[in-house]
Design a binder for this molecule. Structure first.
Ligand SMILES: *[C@@H]1O[C@H](CO)[C@@H](O)[C@H](O)[C@H]1NC(C)=O
Length: 350
């Protein structure tokens, strides 16, 4: 009897303590508990569901690790940019790289490499001091490639084509990534591809369908030839920006949005939230395709590129990244000047 009472007492005491702990947690005095809460909130926000408790525990640990690193960075010396807890917070580095970064450069054939070496903007002088193609109506809203599809290359190429089409015709038309993913056999859909081969596909297939006609599914698909035959926008060629030359890249971006490869596998680019990224990425492995849609300079004098990403509008600055421009390394920051190209539209009627 006495024993039972004692046990009951312990139970109540435990209940009281856990209540106390929970209330403390909301005031952030007990990091473990508040982290659990944050993970729950984050899961709800991102619609994340785990298959069992074990998976949830594993994800919680990765989440905790990432959140702590992000907060430590933000609390440290000001680097001009901040990190944020975004949709990638429960993935470790390997998983992130495996699932998202789909830029796989194709070795060009000798003939086609030469063909695209011409750089039409080389003699351009006096480019504007700042330029933002979004303000000129040449950029569609930020799209989202999804968490499990390495289709960045298609988004990068499509944004560049949407840009030149608007500049040439005055009409901004959102175009289909999925058509390129399904129908371009040279590239690998969700397992990765190359912007230049995407341009080649659109040239050969005589145009690209609209996003609404051939919508994005974020997975492998069979080429829908009927939808693909309704080309809304055409390009006639593409050219490469001379490699490792930010001056040349500037000349090109002054005329149209430009597809580029970047190294995006680093912690800082994954969790980038705002500001001008000035480091924390290499140039060894270009693994992500994005589109440069402008350039500018901060009040403090830091020059930057405006980069359209395809990780949804909740990533970075409403889906965009600003990255330092005019660095001492000729490759550019994160290798932004290493592999740049743009589509062309010439002598076309209808
Ligand atoms: C970079 O490109 C510009 C213009 O396109 C050119 O004048 C310059 O010589 C190039 N620089 C190097 C180092 O190749």
């Amino acid at each position: 009897m006495a024993l039972k009472n004692h046990f009951q007492y312990l139970c109540i005491a435990f209940l009281l303590i856990s209540k106390f702990l929970t209330s403390q947690a909301s005031t952030r005095q007990l990091p473990e508990l508040s982290m659990l809460e944050r993970h729950e909130k984050w899961m709800a926000q991102h619609g994340r569901v785990y298959k069992d408790a074990q998976e949830k525990m594993k994800r919680f640990e990765i989440f905790t690790d990432n959140v702590q690193k992000i907060e430590a960075f933000n609390a440290g010396p000001d680097q001009g940019y901040k990190l944020g807890v975004n949709a990638f917070a429960d993935m470790n580095d390997e998983e992130f790289q495996a699932s998202l970064n789909g830029y796989k450069r194709q070795e060009p054939e000798m003939m086609s490499a030469l063909e695209h070496e011409h750089f039409r903007y080389t003699n351009v002088r006096n480019v504007p001091k700042t330029l933002d193609w979004r303000k000129k109506g040449a950029v569609t809203p930020v799209k989202d490639q999804g968490l499990v599809c390495g289709s960045c290359w298609a988004f990068s190429a499509v944004a560049a084509m949407e840009g030149i089409n608007q500049i040439k015709t005055g009409k901004l038309v959102s175009l289909s990534e999925q058509e390129i993913m399904d129908c371009d056999k040279k590239d690998g859909s969700c397992s990765g591809g190359d912007m230049d081969t995407a341009f080649e596909f659109v040239i050969k297939s005589r145009g690209l369908a609209t996003e609404s006609n051939y919508p994005y599914k974020g997975e492998y698909g069979v080429c829908d030839t009927k939808k693909a035959s309704k080309a809304a926008v055409r390009i006639t060629g593409y050219e490469k920006v001379p490699a490792n030359n930010e001056t040349a890249l500037l000349q090109a971006v002054a005329h149209q949005p430009v597809s580029v490869g970047v190294d995006a596998s680093s912690f800082d680019s994954r969790f980038y939230s705002n500001g001008v990224l000035i480091g924390g990425c290499g140039t060894k492995k270009l693994d992500h395709g994005v589109t440069v849609v402008g350039y500018g300079k901060t009040k403090g004098g830091t020059k930057y590129w405006i980069v359209k990403n395809s990780w949804g509008e909740y990533w970075g600055e409403n889906g965009y990244l600003r990255i330092k421009r005019g660095v001492s390394a000729k490759e550019g920051l994160c290798g932004i000047a290493m592999e740049a190209s743009y589509p062309i539209v010439e002598g076309m009627k209808d």
